[in-house]
Design a protein around this ligand. Sequence first.
Ligand code: CP3
Length: 363
Amino acid sequence: TALPGTHPLAAGLTSGSPLVRALRGDRPETLPVWFMRQAGRSLPEYRELRVGTAMLDACLDPALASEITLQPVRRHGVDAGIFFSDIVVPIKLAGVDVEIVPGRGPVLGSPIRSAADVDALGQLDPSALAPITEAVRRTVAELGSTPLIGFAGAPFTLAAYLVEGGPSKDHIRARTLMHADPETWSRLLAWAADVSGAFLRAQVLAGASAAQLFDSWVGSLSRADYLEHVAPHSDRALSHVADLGVPRIHFGVGSGEVLHDMTTLGGERVVVDGVGVDWRIPLDEAVRRVGTGVTVQGNIDPAMLSAPWQVLEDHVRDVVRCGGAARAHVVNLGHGVPPETDPAVITRVVELVHSLGSGRDAG
Ligand code: CP3
């Protein structure tokens, strides 16, 4: 591996952690659990720190980004940190005019819709990633044997924002470009793959022990379009960390139709270590689709977090029971923590999961 000897995984600090073991296919004595969007508005300490700082400015402030990453690990006792940043950070660093509008999401100054728009995209200067590297270094120094997960946006999800210019429901403009001008589409996705890939690689080299690619909006694609117009670019993004030997997780929402393809990226073999599953299909069904050559991650329904405790507890036990069909299971939500979630509930879910042993004996 090309990891520096001081990297937490190379140095043996995180290699025996439940998260890394589970991603490598092992069943640790305790199931690992973490939550997408565990950092953020559900935490009062986060809301306090963020007062007066715009989202993307917070992402580029190493002390702030590191502290926000650590908050949920300290509070909930989760088995991993997820680096506090955003999928649009690298495209901003590459010169795209993008902001994150509170309550809405990423919004672009001018959408990318033509061949000329794609030609005009700038490259990501590696030195622009210095605040990311610095934030990750500080974070892993505090985390010790708890692994940090680095992440990036998948090319399709990024293109959904780049072409639409902001959040949208069915990504119709993006999918239209894909069919109307496949050559421009392909260049746009290759650009996004390399920018995201460089962002992911910087996090891993600076100390992240796993890498997750978020294809949040993959559910708006047909399987045929996914295979032809998207999967090769996701493969390209993940290839940026392929030589580093860290476990790689691929996550999507509404991904049932393409779940298997997300593990093979269109090829013959499983090429990722973990696949994230949303709340729409039970994990035993997910295992029927992906086989036992990959670890499954998920899939507590985020809507359950505000249900009465007994309803939530039964659901978590059921998720763990269904996850028993997989070679290994990383417990998570099917998507992010809703901002209105009571953080005490999250802590209680962590305690419950940790009381269920390896998951196989949960009944
Ligand atoms: O704890 C974590 O999971 C780490 C941090 C993280 C954020 N964004 C912080 C954030 C991660 C992994 C992301 C990824 C991200 N960003 C995705 C993929 C994951 C997913 O949720 O599907 C997507 C699609 C985005 C784009 C984006 N950024 C959206 C849709 C939003 C929400 C807008 C809103 O205000 O509701 C953001 C903003 C954002 N990213 C926030 C956080 C904590 C909220 C900012 C705030 O505090 O106001």
